[in-house]
Design a protein around this ligand. Structure first.
Ligand code: NAP
Length: 198
């Protein structure tokens, strides 16, 4: 929650990543992991969520209780209940403005592979579910550079009856914050709030 006078809006990447880096196959998840879907919901509820158009199509509807911002180069794209943005910078600006309105402390970025690759250099935190399988796939998570990211939390997932494979839930924090100038370049245009993308 954002407290009065506190204006930092973090960018958090949320992903479920197989041991071989795969995150998706043929426009869908390569596994069934009900517990991770619940984890995703808990992390993102009450926050704006940015995603690529292909991920939105795979979900098929806006996420309840969250502003959904879809990044697409297709000017004709439209879907009820979602905001469309022509590039990542605009999407982040729209999401940040929404976070400030909601009093949320973070913008969540929910994939897929293209969006993760573009957003890694801007993110403050990674919420990664390590999925212990090595599926064939056509979408992958970028490498997590250990010189830039430090694992700050890890817990073994409790595999339930609707979880096909074991998993581990991890948090990574950036060791060196991305500089304001990097963010300004990548996340322009800035939102009209006088608050940089922090
Ligand atoms: N395991 C996980 O946690 C997880 C999470 C999310 C998704 N997934 C999986 O990942 C797969 C989808 O990932 P993906 O990499 O194929 O697609 P994606 O990142 O979801 O979406 C790619 C699309 O986003 C738009 N886009 C990307 N960069 C843009 C930019 N800079 N400016 C404007 N538009 C931009 C383009 O849409 P247009 O083509 O409309 O221009 C592009 O085709 C699916 O299999 C999905 O199930 C897995």
């Amino acid at each position: 929650m954002v407290r009065p006078g506190m204006t930092r809006i973090a960018l958090v990447i949320v992903a479920a990543v197989a041991d071989n880096g795969v995150i998706g196959r043929a426009g869908a998840l390569p596994w069934r992991l009900k517990s991770d879907l619940r984890h995703f919901r808990a992390l993102t509820l009450g926050h704006p969520v940015v995603m690529g158009r292909k991920t939105f199509v795979s979900i098929g509807k806006p996420l309840p209780g969250r502003t959904t911002v879809v990044v697409t180069r297709d000017p004709a794209f439209g879907a009820p209940g979602v905001a469309a943005a022509p590039d990542l910078g605009t999407a982040l600006a729209v999401a940040r403005a929404d976070a400030l309105r909601r009093g949320a402390d973070a913008v969540m970025l929910a994939g897929g592979g293209e969006l993760y690759a573009e957003a890694m250099e801007l993110a403050d935190r990674l919420e990664i579910t390590r999925v212990h399988t090595r599926p064939v796939g056509d979408a992958a998570f970028p490498g997590i550079d250990p010189t830039l990211w430090r694992e700050t939390a890890r817990r073994a997932g409790t595999q339930g009856p609707e979880d096909e494979v074991p998993f581990t839930v991890c948090t990574f924090e950036r060791t060196i914050p991305p500089s304001a100038s990097d963010r300004g370049a990548a996340a322009s245009p800035r939102v009209e709030t006088g608050v940089g993308f922090l």
